[in-house]
Design a protein around this ligand. Structure first.
Ligand code: PMP
Length: 294
């Protein structure tokens, strides 16, 4: 991923992609003192940019550091990176981390750095999207919120994500479904999950994982279609009663699920409608969104 053309924004300036190298003694690398975002741009507009920027800043504060840029500066830098890479549609990845100024558990002397990259990332499934993906059950559980700062989009929390995703892939699944530490349904490794049961939508309470921006968007879209949305604890045994299942996340967008472990599902009308509504919303210009809200 490091050997390609393009520009990466780093601490206030654009650098060539291949030259955006980090010192190996960076605190963020050794102790996971790093937070990031994942954003998507459609037709040149970054969807919910300010929400992502605010979550980035909040994620850093949860890890005890302050990103040395304002929300306005971060928003502008994200747009600058897109333009510098000639992208109108793409994925944007801001990353903030503690630098190499001190290398010990205590990191009071470290500086906080911010880099932002962008690259093309089409919907993974394109025209085949309604076919749906498969999830294996993860062995790792989401940490209790008393065990790890689960409201932060912190790099360290993705350790169990990669382990779970690799284990699922080894068994032939596309992704893994993780449970909460007390055994309820939590989320996939990079997206939240929804179940259609008796015409309503059910989704877990985000107590030990991210309350995704896409999750909240989908809940609002569903409610504007008069679909009741229940945020509640979901026992894994209840998954068998779902007629449709889908994931929601910035990269995943709305992705139907056709299998979880031994259970199979047929992506249907509710998923189709929410995919269409989501696709229409993300492609609206900011002016259209404001007009619709008024
Ligand atoms: N959970 C995890 C673990 C994620 O990585 C993501 C993607 N950021 C989400 C949920 C969904 O969040 P969002 O809709 O804000 O992208």
């Amino acid at each position: 991923f490091d050997d390609r053309d393009g520009m990466i924004w780093w601490d206030g300036a654009l650098r060539p992609w291949r030259e955006a190298n980090l010192h190996v003694l960076s605190h963020g690398l050794h102790y996971a003192s790093a937070v990031f975002e994942g954003e998507r741009s459609y037709n040149g507009n970054i969807f919910k940019l300010r929400d992502h920027t605010e979550r980035l800043i909040a994620s850093g504060r949860i890890l005890g550091f302050e990103i040395p840029y304002s929300a306005e500066q971060i928003d502008a830098a994200c747009k600058e990176v897109l333009a510098a890479n000639n992208l109108t549609d793409g994925y944007i990845r801001p990353l903030a981390w503690r630098g190499a100024e001190q290398l010990s558990v205590s990191a009071q002397a470290t500086r906080i750095h911010l880099a932002i990259a962008a690259w093309p990332w089409p919907n993974l499934f394109g025209a085949d999207r309604m076919k749906g993906i498969t999830l294996g059950m993860a062995q790792w559980r989401r940490p209790d919120p008393r065990t790890a700062p689960t409201a932060s989009k912190a790099a360290g929390l993705y350790m169990i994500g990669t382990l779970s995703k690799h284990a699922a892939e080894a068994e032939g699944f596309n992704d893994a479904l993780m449970l909460t530490c007390d055994g309820h349904v939590a989320e996939a490794t990079g997206a939240n999950i929804f179940f259609a049961i008796d015409g309503a939508l059910h989704t877990p309470i985000p107590e030990s994982f991210l309350d995704g921006i896409t999750r909240r968007t989908v809940m609002a879209l569903a409610r504007s279609r008069q679909i009741t949305v229940h945020e509640r604890r979901i026992d894994p045994a209840e998954m068998a009663t779902a007629s449709e299942v889908f994931l929601a996340g910035t990269a995943a967008e709305v992705t139907p699920v056709r299998q979880i472990g031994d259970l199979t599902f047929t992506p249907g009308a509710m998923t189709r409608m929410l995919i269409d509504d989501y696709d229409a919303l993300v492609r609206m210009s900011p002016a259209e969104v404001a007009k619709r809200a008024a």
